[in-house]
Design a binder for this molecule. Structure first.
Ligand SMILES: [Zn+2]
Ligand SMILES: [Zn+2]
Ligand SMILES: [Zn+2]
Length: 350
């Protein structure tokens, strides 16, 4: 199979981080499309919303009142999915592991990125986003040193289409006793790669992408944003540091600013695709906080946005994808070219 076949013929691509495959069907981009029509976002948001539980000074459902914060604000989730005080549960291994359960301790926190209700990462300034990067690094370090926290997942869920009902700029941190499925797969793959080749999987991959150039969306001195070769979502993006860094805490102030810059550039281009506040789930994969050195880990962020054809048509993961394998029509190369071609100034500011 030649490079040009990859742009025209059905094939599957390997994800070396998860060791899963994705089916790519570029020939299908010709077929007529009738996707779901989502409700289009309504009136512009208020800068301060008296009914928002994340705005400064407002009272949350738990009765706690938010401080009049001026940059970022972190609190423990009032309805946390994980809590630190669980009773250890012994697994029942009398049924050959068929009914296996374990206790899981942890913590869930909310990170407000900014006091203004109507902003997003795309519309915050680079120094404002750099503050958020700093808080993420602090939280990773602080949670990671707790004895029963071995993995810290930082993420942002953005847009009603992704099930996030509150537009206030915020993300979450869920920290676990065990390493969850996705980072565990990446952990195993990165370790196996390092043992086999004596080098880092993502350092090597980034080198290939830098040489080829077709899937890079934007880069600066310290970071590259690219549509991975094995991307599943139409405009999926991975943000990767150019140096081998295991987590956010190893970034110096210049690299933190570079990360803020790349996050702004990616989210701005996203918003510019369909001139809408682009929904996505994004999050960082960093080294587990289990006390091991984890030299194999190269931290990165994934953006998984669901939109496909317009601000109202999203990609569904159903049928074949639920039962067999994810599949995509637009090639990652085409998606990267589209993202690259977009204006770097937010559409609302032009
Ligand atoms: Zn708010
Ligand atoms: Zn590396
Ligand atoms: Zn990852």
């Amino acid at each position: 199979m030649t490079e040009s076949n990859l742009l025209t013929d059905p094939h599957r691509r390997f994800n070396p981080l998860t060791r899963d495959w994705v089916l790519v069907s570029p020939q299908r981009t010709q077929r007529p499309w009738s996707g779901q029509l989502e409700k289009v976002a309504k009136a512009p948001l208020l800068q301060f919303d008296p009914t928002c539980y994340l705005c400064p000074g407002n009272t949350r459902a738990s009765g706690a009142r938010n401080p009049h914060y001026t940059s970022t604000f972190v609190f423990t989730n009032d309805f946390a999915a994980l809590r630190p005080d669980v009773q250890p549960l012994t697994q029942n291994d009398s049924c050959r592991g068929l009914l296996l359960a374990e206790s899981e301790a942890g913590a869930c926190r909310v990170v407000c990125f900014f006091p203004r209700h109507d902003l997003t990462l795309a519309r915050m300034t680079q120094p404002e986003i750099a503050n958020v990067v700093g808080v993420w690094a602090e939280q990773y370090a602080e949670l990671g040193t707790q004895p029963n926290i071995n993995y810290v997942q930082i993420f942002e869920n953005r847009g009603e289409i992704m099930g996030c009902s509150n537009p206030h700029p915020h993300g979450q941190i869920w920290a676990n006793q065990t390493i969850p499925n996705e980072p565990r797969k990446e952990q195993e793959s990165q370790l196996a790669y390092q043992q086999k080749y004596g080098s880092c999987l993502l350092c090597d991959y980034l080198q290939l992408e830098a040489n080829e150039g077709t899937r890079i969306v934007v880069e600066n001195q310290h970071f590259a944003a690219l549509v991975p070769f094995w991307a599943v979502w139409p405009y999926e993006v991975m943000v990767v540091p150019k140096e081998h860094e295991r987590d956010l805490t190893t970034l110096d102030s210049a690299s933190s600013k570079s990360l803020a810059d790349i996050l702004k550039q990616v989210t701005t281009r996203y918003d510019n695709i369909f001139e809408t506040s682009f929904p996505y789930s994004m999050g960082f994969h960093q080294a587990p906080t289990d006390g091991e050195a984890h030299a194999e880990w190269h931290f990165h962020a994934h953006f998984y946005p669901p939109l496909l054809r317009s601000k109202t048509i999203k990609k569904f993961m159903v049928g074949y994808e639920m039962l067999a394998s994810p599949q995509r029509d637009i090639t990652p190369e085409l998606a990267a070219a589209t993202l690259r071609s977009l204006n770097s100034i937010h559409y609302s500011e032009r």
